[in-house]
Design a binder for this molecule. Structure first.
Ligand code: HMG
Ligand code: MG
Length: 310
């Protein structure tokens, strides 16, 4: 008899394609295209879709239309639509757009933070405390990210204790969930689990999400290792879109289609219609004039995604 993996019955997928996926694209994508992309994602059964960033348009020109995108999408009641916010100015813009959930971010590396947000870890916390206080006053939910949890493009190896300290401090700001980001896709399953070993001493697994970029083809293997460990929330990006402009060489996130295929193939529920998801990925990549980076998105058009039940 084969040994079975210890896996959850259901996984929450957090779609970050419209934000993480598009932020690094050099050619401007028209606002109506982004809106249609997000509206299509809203019809796939996803329960959380990160829409855009209220960061500096000078730093991330592609998302300069954050207000227009957020205010034009059709927001469905059962879907959470976080927006990335780095500071008080971003929070003011998010409030003006009527955002109900924000995502705040910090890194486990000072050098990465300087390049990404022009602040040390501690200075970023000073900004984020102001943001979190406003969010709490306005009854806005907060999601948190920690970047560089398995390595930094500038500092190299990152101590899991630093990841744990930053994650715990983010959580104390009022985040309902902390997403642990392998920003440069450098981790392997064992290293991911070793990092979780340290973080899970301070934060329970149901408050953690994992966020893998697929730079070295390890993302799906890392996810499986983390699910087996007890994590039940996974970030991904349809069509494998993405990359961080301040992390050289960082490729797209794990592709949502490939993740959902694996989950459904292991009888793990997601609530997601895989064919609709593949279509949404093809929609945006066709508009961008390229093939999806997801394996499923590259299968011949019309080929149904098989769902195995064992
Ligand atoms: P700064 O230049 O130090 O900002 O940037 P500042 O406070 O000195 O302000 C300079 C000017 O920018 C001012 O305008 C501000 O008003 C304006 P001026 O007076 O010169 O006309 N400004 C803003 N405008 C609009 N929205 C704002 C805003 N803030 C200031 N929010 C800042 C600091 C944090 C703003 C900048 O560095 C920034 O926006 N960085 C964001 C970079 C980014 O988005 N990176 C990618 C996201 S993180 C990521 O991808 C990792 C993740 O996916 C997880 C993982 O993979 O690990 C989450
Ligand atoms: Mg990312």
């Amino acid at each position: 008899m084969s040994k079975s993996l210890n896996l959850p019955a259901r996984v929450k997928v957090v779609e970050v394609g419209p934000r993480d996926g598009l932020q690094n694209e050099p050619d401007p994508i028209p606002t109506p295209t982004k809106v249609e992309f997000i509206d299509r994602l809203s019809e796939t059964g996803l329960s959380c879709i990160e829409v855009t960033s209220f960061v500096s348009p000078r730093w991330i020109p592609q998302l300069a239309d954050a207000t227009d995108v957020y205010t034009h999408i059709t927001r469905k009641e059962n879907i959470v639509y976080p927006v990335l916010v780095p500071n008080e100015r971003g929070m003011e813009r998010a409030l003006a757009a009527d955002a109900k959930t924000i995502a705040i971010f910090n890194a486990a590396s000072n050098t990465f933070n300087q390049k990404n947000i022009n602040a040390s870890i501690e200075d970023a916390f000073k900004r984020l405390k102001i943001v979190a206080a406003i969010a709490q006053r306005e009854n806005i939910a907060i999601r948190g990210y920690v970047s560089c949890v398995l390595g930094c493009p500038y500092e190299g190896a990152i101590d899991p204790q630093t990841v744990s300290r930053v994650a715990s401090e983010m959580f104390e700001l009022g985040c309902y969930e902390i997403s642990l980001g392998d920003t440069i896709g450098i981790g392997t399953p064992q290293r991911a689990r070793a990092m979780l070993d340290t973080v899970a001493r301070e934060l329970s697994l149901d408050k953690l999400a994992v966020h893998f970029h697929d730079t070295r083809g390890q993302a799906l293997a890392n996810v499986l290792a983390c699910l087996e460990y007890g994590v039940t929330t996974v970030d991904s990006s349809v069509a494998g879109l993405g990359g961080c402009p301040y992390a050289e060489g960082a490729s797209g996130n794990l592709a949502t289609e490939d993740l959902v295929y694996m989950l459904h193939g292991m009888n793990i529920e997601t609530g997601i219609d895989l064919d609709a998801l593949i279509a949404a990925g093809r929609f945006i990549t066709e508009k961008m004039g390229r093939e999806p980076a997801s394996r499923l998105g590259r299968l011949p058009k019309g080929g149904r995604a098989p769902r195995y039940t064992t």
